[in-house]
Design a protein around this ligand. Structure first.
Ligand code: THG
Length: 266
């Protein structure tokens, strides 16, 4: 089944930033509880937005969340020192979000990941910037999988993030990533594909309809995870329905459960 990485615990969100600044544990705990109830398979934790406070904020967030959370966490930082501290604080195998092919980041992350039992999100970014073609995405994804395999991170523990870009700037940005995901899944059937989706709709009105239509197309191409807001009922219903239509829901059990629970309606 599709794995939702709940994106809400991120200090770039105004209310979360306030709660973190005020050390309001209740707010954070309630938010995580709601994301779990809504079906998040992982809870992403990103403390990057308060400059100079990332380490303290991340430690406080994990102190707050770790005792109550039932699902593993996605530790979202570019800084291996912060990830090292965070990794030591969790008790379920986390997702490390993320590594990329940008030289400084790659060189800092590889020693951190070596010998760790974890899952890893691998961004198809390098020093040349965002990918410009399906081939770019494929090559970068393949390189990341091969390098992570070399340090004994098995392919099923790797989540490739192809990096979705705004369709408002170039009408081919949708098909570019869809094609790349198909290629990656053909060569590496056991790898996961994840990522944020909302970049696709940047610069356009009524963004949610674009995001939730795009996720169903991405699922047909092989996306099996995404970093989204699990409290967005419409995108969650689209994902659950698409999972059924793609044959991932034996006897339509999960779909029927969703209808009975009131989370899926026409
Ligand atoms: N790939 C990977 N990790 C990621 C991203 C990605 N981590 C961060 C980000 N992208 C995904 N997380 C969020 C979290 C919150 C929001 C968006 C993405 C969010 N944004 C509101 C908005 O844009 O309107 C902010 C509004 C507010 O202040 O509340 O909520 O792509 N691997």
């Amino acid at each position: 089944m599709f794995e939702v990485i709940g994106e809400r615990i991120n200090t770039s969100r105004k209310l979360v930033q306030e709660a973190v600044a005020n050390r309001n544990a209740e707010y954070i705990i309630e938010d995580v509880r709601q994301q779990q109830t809504a079906g998040a398979a992982f809870i992403d934790v990103n403390a990057g937005a308060r400059i100079g406070h990332e380490e303290d904020d991340m430690r406080w967030l994990l102190d707050t969340i770790q005792p109550m959370v039932d699902v593993p966490l996605s530790l979202d930082s570019p800084d291996p020192a912060i990830l090292e501290m965070a990794f030591a604080m969790v008790d379920k195998t986390p997702v490390i979000n993320s590594i990329s092919l940008e030289k400084d980041r790659f060189d800092a992350m590889m020693p951190f990941l070596t010998g760790k039992e974890c899952k890893v999100i691998a961004l198809c970014m390098d020093d040349a910037g965002m990918p410009e073609s399906a081939e770019d995405i494929f090559k970068r994804g393949k390189l990341l999988i091969n390098e992570l395999n070399k340090i004994d991170i098995p392919t099923p523990n790797i989540y490739v993030d192809p990096l979705v870009q705004p369709i408002s700037t170039d009408s081919n940005k949708g098909t570019m990533v869809l094609e790349a995901v198909r290629q990656i899944k053909k060569e590496f059937p056991d790898v996961h594909i994840t990522g944020g989706l909302s970049n696709i709709s940047y610069g356009l009105p009524q963004r949610h309809i674009i995001n939730r239509t795009f996720v169903t197309l991405m699922m047909d191409a092989g996306m099996d995870s995404a970093i989204i807001d699990p409290l967005d009922k419409k995108i969650m219903a689209s994902i659950q329905t698409a999972d059924m239509l793609l044959g991932h829901d034996q006897f339509c059990m999960e779909y029927l459960k969703g209808v009975r629970a009131g989370t899926i309606e026409s």
